[in-house]
Design a protein around this ligand. Structure first.
Ligand code: PLP
Length: 411
């Protein structure tokens, strides 16, 4: 119904009513206010590697600087030839077949492409199957486009793997596609070939699009191996997302891409819509695109960070062990990405409102985490912790979290 606003109110559009992105929500606003008051806050809320001293490979930065004088104009709306050519060759290495230049789109980060693909796809009431917990931009983008985000359960008891039965049960005549986030944010799960094949089979049976957000594909620990969804099927339409923000520590550069593969012939009309929206935003940031070829073809320095003795590996190990040692806290050990997603036993820590919980933690210990419900999880017993700080700072943060929990438990 049309609401009537007083003449003086400038209001947001109704399209935003159901949209929420709580990673940068009210608790962050309070943290910023505390910082303005001169308090020092440890922000473990956002997966932003550079501020924690994870510098980008210098050769990429130098390439961008070197090409800056050539980057003054717009480029083609799908992106620079060199960048798309590099992604195309990378697809060949990954075993994603039949990808041509025209199937690759560069974006201002994966974020822009998520919004763009959802805007191009969804009619009001169309559904996308999204993991719970999820990276909430996906849910927000679906709702912004007028769609319904239908969340399938990921099973903590089973290493946070998607519950295929739940996924299957939630398919309706309005379902258009299934989203996989692999490696997963926030859980750190890395999916097996068997699991991926089960999802592919569902998509095949119900003629659904598969969206595969693989932005953490190179951040893997222990024995984890990442399998690109699109390398397993060429008879369904698959859209794969990746970018420079995480593996190359260049989140501020805003560069990502998407790859259309598989049954493209079934999606020609949808692809027309994608092309239209890609044209409307003219093109993605051109200087950033100059770094893509060097990133994909250069020295993969991320590999040194994720092995035993490497910074990410050691920080994950430290924070995970310390968390596990807190009474009533359990955490599935992440096999990929840069987050821990511990569970707080409701018998010991009954949390009604997890946003209020992280707000209290912020106020008392000056540590900013994100509550589980911000990831479209229905329970309120989880928080997400970014394990990017150096061991000393990270260890201290978990100790302070433990001290907070001890008071919480005893009150
Ligand atoms: N997808 C996932 C799963 C993410 O975690 C993020 C950022 O945290 C993004 C996409 C967005 O990345 P970008 O910086 O490329 O916009």
């Amino acid at each position: 119904s049309d609401e009537v606003y007083p003449m003086t109110t400038i209001s947001k559009s109704h399209k935003l009513n159901a949209v929420c992105y709580d990673i940068r929500g009210p608790v962050l606003a309070e943290a910023n206010r505390m910082e303005e008051d001169g308090q020092r806050i440890l922000k473990l809320n956002i997966g932003n590697p550079a501020p924690f001293g994870f510098n980008a490979p210098d050769e990429i930065v130098q390439d961008i600087i070197h090409n800056l004088p050539n980057a003054e104009g717009y480029c083609e709306s799908k992106g620079l030839f060199s960048a798309r050519k590099a992604v195309m060759q990378h697809c060949q290495q990954l075993g994603i077949d039949n990808v041509e230049m025209n199937d690759i789109y560069m974006g201002n980060g994966v974020s822009e492409l998520i919004v763009l693909t959802m805007q191009a796809l969804l009619n009001n009431g169309d559904e996308l199957l999204i993991p719970s917990p999820d990276y909430p931009l996906w849910t927000a983008a679906v709702k912004l486009a007028g769609g319904n985000a239908v969340h399938y359960r990921c099973d903590e008891e089973n290493g946070w793997f998607p519950d295929i039965e739940d996924m299957a049960a939630k398919i309706t005549p309005r379902t258009r596609g299934i989203l996989l986030i692999n490696p997963n944010n926030p859980t750190g799960a890395v999916y097996s070939k068997e699991l991926l094949e089960q999802v592919i089979e569902l998509a095949r049976q119900h003629d659904l699009i598969l969206y595969s957000d693989e932005i953490y594909d190179k951040i893997l620990y222990d024995e984890a191996r990442h399998i690109p969804t699109a390398s397993l099927a060429d008879d369904i339409f698959i859209v794969t997302f990746n970018g420079l923000s995480k593996s190359y520590r260049l989140a501020g550069i805003r560069s990502g891409w998407m790859i259309l593969s598989g049954a493209k012939h079934k999606a020609t009309n949808y692809i027309e819509g994608i092309d239209m929206l890609a044209s409307m935003r003219l093109c993605a940031n051109v200087p950033a695109q100059h770094g893509v070829q060097t990133a994909l073809g250069g020295f993969q320095s991320i590999n040194n960070l994720i092995v035993d003795g490497g910074r990410l590996y050691d920080q994950r190990e430290l924070a995970w062990q310390k968390l596990q040692a807190i009474p009533g806290v359990s955490c599935v050990k992440p096999q990929g990405a840069i987050y821990l997603f511990p569970r707080l036993d409701p018998e010991i820590y009954p949390i009604e409102d997890d946003e209020a919980f992280v707000l209290e933690l912020l106020q008392q210990e000056k540590i900013l985490l994100v509550q589980g419900s911000a990831f479209n999880l229905s329970d309120t017993q989880h928080v997400r912790i970014v394990f990017l700080p150096h061991q000393e700072v990270l260890g201290d943060a978990v100790d302070r979290f433990a001290a907070f929990l001890e008071r919480y438990r005893n009150r």
